[in-house]
Design a protein around this ligand. Structure first.
Ligand code: GDP
Length: 139
């Protein structure tokens, strides 16, 4: 079923580098409406749960360590075709392979520290949004 929402996190590297405003500007300019947003820090348990699908991967512990080392900005975004359009806006997982002008091309340093998360399906967008926000935080 089509949805108009996706979920994103600006990862700790983005906040450490002071890129929050610049990245949000790109998101706004691309036509996404922010319907929920907060700055927060994930616990180790949060990150292990959020990324449970990767728990057999060799990079899992590094990913959890990275995602918990500082605050993130979590947001739910609304736009027609939100999941696919946002994946296009952020670019490939590896910034070296990301298209010119994408958020990861502009703001990410490496495959692991790649600036932003974007849901990969409508189903995961709903699950991930509900992980970070209660109903009364979504507008
Ligand atoms: P995404 O959907 O583009 O974020 O990519 P994935 O779902 O495949 O991976 C989730 C996250 O794990 C990525 O955004 C990276 O932060 C991290 N990651 C993926 N592959 C690697 C890798 O090979 N090495 C490391 N260190 N991190 C990775």
């Amino acid at each position: 079923m089509a949805t108009n929402r996706t979920f994103t996190m600006l990862k700790p590297d983005s906040l450490e580098k002071g890129n929050t405003g610049s990245i949000l500007e790109k998101i706004n300019a691309a036509g996404f409406k922010i319907v929920a947003m907060k700055q927060t820090q994930m616990t180790v348990r949060d990150a292990q749960t959020f990324y449970a699908v990767h728990n057999e991967r060799p990079f899992f512990n590094d990913l959890v360590e990275f995602m918990t080392r500082g605050p993130i900005v979590a947001a739910i975004l609304e736009k027609e075709n939100a999941v696919e359009d946002f994946r296009t806006l952020i670019g490939a997982t590896n910034p070296e392979e990301a298209a010119e002008g994408t958020i990861r091309k502009l703001f990410a340093d490496s495959m692991s520290e790649n600036a932003v998360h974007g849901s990969d399906s409508d189903e995961n967008a709903a699950i991930e949004g509900a992980f970070h926000f209660s109903g009364r935080e979504v507008f």
